[in-house]
Design a protein around this ligand. Structure first.
Ligand SMILES: Nc1nc2c(ncn2[C@@H]2O[C@H](COP(=O)(O)OP(=O)(O)OP(=O)(O)O)[C@@H](O)[C@H]2O)c(=O)[nH]1
Ligand SMILES: [Mg+2]
Length: 337
């Protein structure tokens, strides 16, 4: 008899503790979840399963050919060109921008929507901004699901950590009070390992999928303590610095932003409130200059994004040098907010 872990979707097995779905043979028949899920939930411990990043993408690619409704989730702090991929889905797509509670309340959704519409040409039924944590717009999403679903199956896809499993648990809590969803969620990447079907009601079955791993993210291959520290958990308090020429911003031990223009400028950092930031003099301090250099000559109203770590809103034209880990994508875009 085979059965699946209700937390991560892996097939339960008692042969290899290092592989997905392991559960001690003594518990096999009674267990609903694998040892890894049990430990994530109860002790916050995280075990990396040794898989190739393509193993995760495989599930995403399978959903592309389905005709059913797809909820394409994107963390508001990781909004980038990867959302263009939603145009490759055969089924209707709703773009769900998650974790909206992390942005300061002053940020207008209309502005975010305008940014998406001006920068991307997306074939979507709706764009919705929500927060599973604050239960914000969950009712509206439920209404859209009923309006656009083609059959009872509704798929949730997106990058790892976009909040797919958390959203399913929230929908279950809100609309199926007879059932307690067991899907495991965590701040670490690659939590969900296989398709997980959860019945929301007689006419809707939600299907969770493993998220896509972004090799160019700061979070890729970082240790759990660093992931916890840099992941935003509460509303971001933006940090504004009036930069003078030859000043530099140091983001803990992770990145350095040198300001090279010769007029004053305003830099506002959006990142986890727990990460320490300080300002130094470029000429007398070479801290973190051994990291990879990315140079920019920016127009006014641009953001510098250090993928997975933060973004920095810069108001005027600026020459900047950004130092970050070798694999991390650093890029500029028009101001998001
Ligand atoms: N602040 C905030 N955090 C959220 C929200 N939704 C999810 N999270 C957090 O984001 C992290 C990732 O959530 P998951 O639901 O595990 O993400 P996932 O998309 O299922 O990730 P994979 O299974 O790896 O693909 C967890 O720490 C969640 O608590 C939200 O609306 N607001
Ligand atoms: Mg998940």
């Amino acid at each position: 008899m085979t059965k699946k872990c209700a937390g991560c979707g892996a097939l339960l097995q008692s042969d290899d503790p290092k592989q997905a779905g392991y559960v001690d043979y003594k518990f096999y028949f009674d267990a609903a979840v694998c040892r890894r899920c049990f430990r994530i939930k109860n002790y916050g411990e995280y075990q990396v399963i040794d898989k190739n990043t393509n193993d995760y993408r495989k599930f995403f690619d399978i959903v592309k050919s389905k005709k059913e409704l797809v909820l394409f989730l994107c963390d508001v702090l990781s909004l980038d060109d990867s959302i263009n991929e939603l145009n490759e889905f055969k089924g209707s797509v709703i773009l769900v921008i998650t974790k909206i509670d992390l942005l300061p309340k002053s940020v207008k959704q209309a502005k975010l929507k305008k940014y998406i519409n001006e920068n991307y040409d997306l074939n979507v039924k709706e764009i919705i901004f929500l927060s599973s944590k604050k239960n914000y717009n969950i009712d509206l999403l439920f209404k859209y699901i009923n309006e656009y679903k083609k059959s009872e199956k509704v798929y949730l896809v997106g990058n790892t950590n976009a909040g797919k499993s958390t959203l399913i648990n929230t929908l279950i809590k809100s609309f199926n009070t007879n059932f307690n969803s067991l899907i495991t969620t965590s701040v670490s990447p690659a939590t969900t390992l296989d398709f997980i079907e959860v019945k929301l009601n007689d006419s809707i079955t939600l299907i969770d999928t493993p998220g896509i791993i972004d090799n160019n993210s700061f979070l890729y291959n970082e240790k759990p303590s660093t992931i916890k520290l840099i992941s935003c958990r509460s509303e971001i308090k933006p940090r504004t610095y009036q930069m003078k020429p030859n000043q530099s911003i140091i983001i803990d031990k992770y990145a350095r932003i040198d300001y090279l223009s010769d007029t004053k400028n305003s830099f506002t950092l959006y990142l986890s409130n727990d990460v320490k930031v300080r300002r130094i003099n470029i000429n007398t301090n070479s801290y973190l200059k051994d990291l990879k250099l990315n140079s920019f000559n920016l127009d006014d109203n641009n953001d510098i994004v250090i993928n997975g770590l933060c973004f920095c809103k810069i108001t005027k034209k600026a020459k900047v040098n950004v130092y970050a880990k070798e694999n991390v994508k650093v890029y500029n875009r028009k101001n998001l907010i």
